[in-house]
Structures are given as C-alpha cells and as structure tokens.
Design a protein around this ligand. Structure first.
Ligand SMILES: Cc1cc2nc3c(=O)[nH]c(=O)nc-3n(C[C@H](O)[C@H](O)[C@H](O)COP(=O)(O)OP(=O)(O)OC[C@H]3O[C@@H](n4cnc5c(N)ncnc54)[C@H](O)[C@@H]3O)c2cc1C
Length: 496
C-alpha cells in the first residue's frame, strides 16, 4: 500500500451530513480527506430539478422550525445564502377538503374529524407508553377508533403522514419554533451545500474541482481492522484510510448495497433494522393555466377518497412561483411505491381523474409530469427515517455508535431531529466532533506507546553512551537532544 494514497478519513456520501462532517474535519486541520459520492452531484436528498420553467425541489422543500428562541442552523445558512423562501401554513388545509363530487366539507365537520383524530393519536401513544412501561405486551389495549369515512381517512392521513409523523412533543418545534418556510429559489435548496463546500474545497466558476471530492464512486465494500479501513467502489478502485464516516441513508444501510468485512456486529444490525423508512413523493404537474382557487389560506387542499392516501394532499405553487401553473400532490409509503412502479402516463391519468372529481370535467390536461422515485433509487431506498413512536434510547445510541474505525452519520443518527435537513446537518457536526476526539485520543495513545517502547531503548543507549550519569536518575531534560520524544520520533497523528 502506498502510504501517500492513504487518507486520514474517507467520507461516504455527499449529502448535507457528509459535507458538513468533511468541512468540520478540514477546519480542524484534517485536510487529507476523501469524499466518495455515488451520484454525479452533491446534495443527496436535497435536490432541485428544472420543471415547467422553474426550479422544483424533489427532496427537502421546507426549512422546518423557524421563529423560536433558538435559531435553526439551516435557517441561518439560508440567510447567509440569501435563499428566497415563502411562509407555509398547513393549518388551513383541513378546511379545504373536497369530496369526490367536488363539494367542500363544512368546516365544523372537518374540525370535529380533526379533533377525533388528534384524540385517538394521543390515546394510542398513551397505550403504547403504558405497555412499554408495564412490559406487559400480552395485555390488549383498547384499540383506538380507526378512521373509515373518506373525510376521517383524509384527516388521519394529513395528521399522521404530515403533521405528527414523529413522537410528540416535536423537538424541532420546541427548539426552533413552529414556522415552516418553503424554499423557492432558482438556485435550489442545494445552494446551501455548495456554499458549505466552497469553504473547504477548491471551486471555480461554481464548480467543485477539488480531487478530494470523487463523484460517481459507488462504495460496495468496507473492510475494517484495528489499523484502518479499505474501501472498494463499484468501478474496482480501492481506497485506504485511517477512518471512515458513513453518511448513507438508513434505507441504504438496510439494503445490501454495501458489504462489511468483518460484518457489522449484531447490536448494530438490530438497531438499523428497527428504524422505519418513510417514502414521501412529491409529484409535480404543469398546466397551461390555473383552475384551482388561489389567495389566502388556499395554498393547500385535500381530496377525500375511500382509499387512505390516494392523491390526498395538494399544494399549488403560485405563492412560490406566481404564474408557474404547477400543482404538487404528495403521496407516501404504499401509494408512493405503487406509483413508482407504474409508468408516469398512468400516474398522470389517475391524478387527472382526481382533479376532475374536485374541479369538474372541463379543466385542461397537465402538459408535463415529474415523479421522483426515492424508493427505487438504490442510493436512497426511501425518503427519510421514521423513529417508532416509542423508541428505546439505547437503539438510537446503537444506530450512531461507531464500529471500530467506521463512524456513522446522517439524519437517521440524530435522536432529536431525524428526518430533517437540520437533523442531517447537526449529525454531521456531532459525528465529526466525535471522530476528532477519537483521533486526538489515538494520537495520545500512540505517543504513550512510543515512549513506552522507547524507554528501554533510551535507557540502554544512555548507559552505553554516557557512563558518567550511570546510577543516577535520568530526567527527560538530561536526555541528549536527538533522543527527545519530539514530533519526529513520535508517530505522526492525523490532526496537525
Ligand atoms: C421527498 C423528501 C422530502 C423531504 N422534505 C423535507 C423538508 O421539507 N424539510 C426537511 O428538513 N427535510 C426534508 N426531507 C429530509 C431531508 O432531505 C434529509 O433528512 C436530509 O437531506 C438527509 O441528509 P443526509 O446527509 O443524512 O443524507 P443524504 O442526503 O441521503 O446523503 C447521503 C449521500 O450518500 C450517497 N450514497 C448512498 N449510497 C452510497 C454509496 N454506496 N457510495 C457512495 N455514496 C452513497 C447518496 O447518493 C447521498 O448523496 C425530505 C426528504 C425527501 C426525500
């Protein structure tokens, strides 16, 4: 092995967590890093695409958690980039619920249904907590009422798949505030990542030209031992490093894309398997003109169908891009997987039928459709992690704990903010700090070992070369200069 080609740290994945971890390492003097990214771009699940004359966000779209006592770090990055955003308010969506004949449900009915769903969710959580506390899993808790009517199903969907997918209270809202802002900028949400990358990678004319970022490098195998890691990519390249940071998604960790030699320990695999993967798909539709209501409190609207989650949640993009004539419908989990596996023309047909139910037969056909496929993407295998409502703290610790020289990062390792961009960002910070600490300790251990190994040698050398001090205690200051435990004799550590 050519020692010159050995990096201090290889970071696998260039999403926000990987880029953030790399930046912190570089800022702390660990500059011989290498970032291996499977795709041809940085950003991962933060990804824009040109559609219908504007820039749409296929992955993360909102900066969630703004306006609280503590500033959300992603909101701060957005401000630094002067990213254009617009305020989103979902709370009125429940008053814009259409039935299949295009009538809007009375607001009283929607409010009752919403209250019923919230009560049932809270009861369900209490039951689970009680079962967890008592440890009596045989006791059948009273099952919470299951939604059956189209309006109840629609409300259940927006509550569980949008507003309350996570354990209450929601840490993001507690810490950073309850406001959410949609990124509406031609440069895309991903501009934040380019700005971060610019701080430590060589860039020119908006392009990253630094050889420490290697794109189109699909990591397939990680060998690890007490002395280092060896990473093999799909194109047959082999890279050596002292440490690795793995920032791939929980879906990728649950798949067989990357094999480990030796395999991951059981505690790690069991923890990885415990996390759910949420699939969340925003389907974009472009129209020749708009036919949906606009104006205050009309940004979001709901379609109530007997099938839960069937083209339920709609948003127009007039606030973000006035005159763009774009609608977005969001599907999740089973419905996401179903449409991913069918041709886009079929999805377009289904979406148009739903829109004609709501707005009548005379509306124009969409001229274009965009269906992201996060589930079938082997570098993602889903949209984000979803911690079970009751999760053992130990499981979270195991998910982020390093295995030997492999450190783990990514939104799924953030106990408080998993599933969010700020979760990925903060995970990157945490992991790199933990690794820097480990590197510091390793350097310390090495120099201790070095002195331990050198002690007898020194004693021997000194008795032979300086008989005048024989019998007296030899102090470090008495040792001839060339034998001092200088940087030259100690093993060079990764932190300069
Ligand atoms: C549809 C959707 C909507 C979302 N909406 C929001 C939102 O509105 N607000 C919000 O805050 N969050 C949202 N999120 C979540 C947010 O996008 C993620 O939490 C965050 O971007 C995750 O960053 P990460 O660095 O952990 O992972 P990633 O961004 O997934 O980075 C991991 C990187 O690893 C690479 N990789 C994978 N396998 C390999 C391999 N074998 N070899 C090399 N590289 C590999 C991937 O290509 C990727 O670039 C959304 C996500 C999705 C998908």
């Amino acid at each position: 092995m050519d020692p010159a080609s050995r990096s201090s740290v290889i970071i696998v994945g260039a999403g926000i967590s990987g880029i953030c971890a790399a930046k912190v390492l570089a800022e702390n003097g660990v500059e011989d890093i290498l970032i291996l990214e499977a795709t041809d771009r940085i950003g991962g699940r933060i990804r824009k695409e040109a559609f219908g004359g504007v820039s749409v966000e296929l992955g993360a779209g909102w900066i969630v958690g703004v306006g609280g006592k503590v500033p959300n770090p992603v909101w701060e990055l957005a401000a630094k980039s002067s990213l254009r955003t617009c305020f989103s308010d979902y709370s009125n969506a429940r008053y814009n619920i259409y039935d299949r004949s295009g009538k809007i449900f009375p607001s009283g009915l929607a409010a009752d249904s919403y209250k019923k769903a919230v009560d049932s969710a809270i009861e369900n959580l209490r039951n689970q907590q009680e079962t967890d506390r008592s440890g009596d899993f045989s006791r059948d808790a009273e099952p919470p009422s299951t939604p059956k009517t189209p309006i109840d199903l629609a409300i259940d969907f927006i509550l569980h798949d949008f507003e309350m997918p996570e354990v209450q209270p929601i840490s993001t809202f507690l810490d950073y505030g309850e406001r959410e802002f949609l990124v509406a900028d031609e440069r895309g949400y991903e501009d934040l990542l380019y700005k971060m990358a610019q701080d430590f990678l060589f860039t020119s004319e908006g392009k990253i030209l630094d050889s420490r970022l290697q794109l189109n490098k699909v990591v397939r195998e990680i060998q690890h031992s007490r002395s280092g890691v060896t990473i093999t990519t799909e194109d047959g390249c082999v890279y050596d490093a002292n440490y690795a940071i793995l920032s791939v998604s929980i879906g990728v960790l649950q798949s067989d894309l990357i094999s480990f030699r030796p395999s991951m320990p059981r505690w790690k695999m069991e923890a990885i398997e415990k996390l759910d993967v949420m699939v969340y798909t925003k389907i974009f539709l472009k129209f020749p003109y708009k036919f949906w209501p606009c104006g205050p409190e009309k940004e979001f609207f709901i379609y109530a169908h007997e099938r839960r989650g069937y083209y339920t949640f709609w948003q127009h993009m007039e606030n973000a891009y006035p005159g763009s004539n774009i609608l977005v419908v969001t599907l999740t989990n089973g419905e996401s997987k179903r449409v991913e596996n069918q041709p886009d023309e079929e999805t377009l047909k289904e979406a148009m039928e739903v829109l004609r139910d709501m707005f009548g037969p005379d509306i124009p056909n969409a001229t274009d459709i965009l269906v992201p496929r996060w589930w079938n993407n082997r570098f993602q295998r889903g949209s984000y992690s979803n911690y079970p409502a009751i999760i053992n703290h130990q499981v979270v610790q195991s998910i982020k704990a390093p295995v030997g020289r492999i450190f783990f990062t990514g939104e799924h390792t953030s106990e408080r903010f998993n599933g969010y961009v700020h979760g990925g960002y903060l995970a990157g910070l945490d992991t790199s700090k933990a690794l820097l600490e480990e590197m510091r300790k390793e350097k310390e251990r090495n120099s201790q070992n070095q002195s331990f190994l050198l002690e007898p040698l020194l004693a021997l050398t000194l008795t032979q070369t300086d008989s005048s001090v024989s019998g007296s205690v030899q102090h470090k200051s008495d040792i001839p200069n060339h034998l001092h435990l200088s940087g030259k004799l100690s093993i060079p550590g990764p932190i300069s």
